[in-house]
Design a protein around this ligand. Structure first.
Ligand code: AQP
Length: 332
């Protein structure tokens, strides 16, 4: 049985990059796999989060997933802190993983910035919690982008070491799931930086709740260069903004990049931006309208998360029982 675990942090501003790079793929995966989708609120806490915003941001991610087509009758959807087994297993993995392994994690170095001494201990131990997310359910496959590959490798190392140390075959060695060419959406203000929830500029991202006017305005103001669009995909070399906007168009219309380039070869950005706005408004508008409808009824979203968490706890409980038994922890 193939079981997938995927997580998204409730850090607000769910954007087109999250949709094209993750959510849209998850919607496709649910047809062929058993899926667990988790709003990873404990991961979000590794960086400061405003307490007054957490609940709304958690519902926002849940609503984005449901509005995009995640079927909560067939998949699990819940927020991480509702199943304490994640944190419990993470502690156990903190005692299995080695400090040297964590020291090699490049994402910690990026997120901690220059003043590493002041980063939270949670940010450092993040990969052990991610391993717990996956292994608490014995998930076999994890869809990952380039940025998470190293963490998944560490999950495999933790599973191998646990199995070895406790002479068991309890944990499966999970596989990354690479889905075609990775759609990496870049900032609308700087084609060399990724579109991100935490970018201080609202103009850098299209969020899934942006209305048609906001989308049109953000695309109109999106950074470009003075040349017309290139005749071939090779002509995008050294033109990150043009490459990004054409990439977004290609992803939204399910075309490959070369076909999108041919469609607008030699045209000015103004003509292309009008076409891009049209497809973005259609796709984001459809999802955003449904998201807003869902978020207007927080009780209904909470009920879905609650039901998901109950099922999740029922799935992880027997795994945890095996873990405790393997480690000799007393369960009277
Ligand atoms: N720009 C992007 N293009 C493609 N995929 C992206 N993802 C994020 N940004 C892009 C994917 O979305 C999922 C969400 O992961 P996350 O919630 O753990 O956040 P993140 O990767 O740290 O993304 P953000 O949106 O940039 O958030 P902040 O600003 O909080 O760091 C992942 O599958 C990710 O690959």
């Amino acid at each position: 049985r193939k079981l997938i675990f995927s997580g998204m942090q409730p850090t607000g501003n769910v954007h087109l990059g999250n949709y094209l790079g993750a959510i849209r793929n998850w919607v496709k995966l649910q047809k062929d796999y058993d899926c667990i989708f988790c709003v990873v609120d404990l991961h979000a806490l590794t960086m400061w989060q405003e307490p007054a915003m957490m609940a709304a941001q958690t519902r926002e991610v849940a609503a984005a997933l449901i509005a995009s087509g995640i079927d909560t009758d067939h998949c699990l959807l819940f927020n991480q802190s509702m199943n304490p087994d994640h944190a419990q297993l993470a502690w156990i993995f903190n005692c299995v993983a080695r400090v040297g392994w964590m020291n090699r994690m490049t994402q910690f170095k990026e997120k901690a910035g220059k003043d590493r001494e002041r980063a939270s201990l949670g940010l450092y131990a993040y990969p052990a919690l991610m391993a717990a997310d996956i292994l608490a359910y014995k998930a076999t496959h994890v869809p990952v982008g380039e940025d998470q590959k190293q963490h998944l490798e560490l999950t495999r190392d933790i599973a191998i070491k646990f199995n070895h140390d406790f002479e068991t075959e309890l944990f499966p060695i999970c596989e990354p799931l690479i889905l075609g060419p990775a759609a990496r959406v870049m900032s609308l203000r700087d084609g060399t930086r990724k579109m991100s929830k935490s970018d201080p500029s609202e103009q850098a991202r299209i969020t899934l709740t942006d209305g048609p006017d906001e989308i049109a305005q953000k695309i109109r103001r999106a950074k470009t260069d003075p040349e017309p669009l290139p005749e071939t995909a090779e002509g995008l070399d050294g033109r990150p903004e043009a490459a990004n906007l054409l990439g977004i168009y290609a992803a939204l219309t399910d075309k490959d990049l070369a076909a999108a380039v041919t469609e607008f070869a030699g045209q000015p950005f103004s003509a292309f931006k009008a076409a891009l706005t049209e497809v973005a408004v259609a796709e984001v508008g459809r999802i955003g309208t449904e998201m807003k409808r869902l978020m207007a009824d927080p009780g209904a979203v909470d009920a879905i998360l609650h039901r998901g968490a109950e099922k999740a706890r029922a799935m992880s409980a027997p795994v945890m029982a095996e873990v405790y038994a393997a480690m000799g922890l007393l369960r009277p």
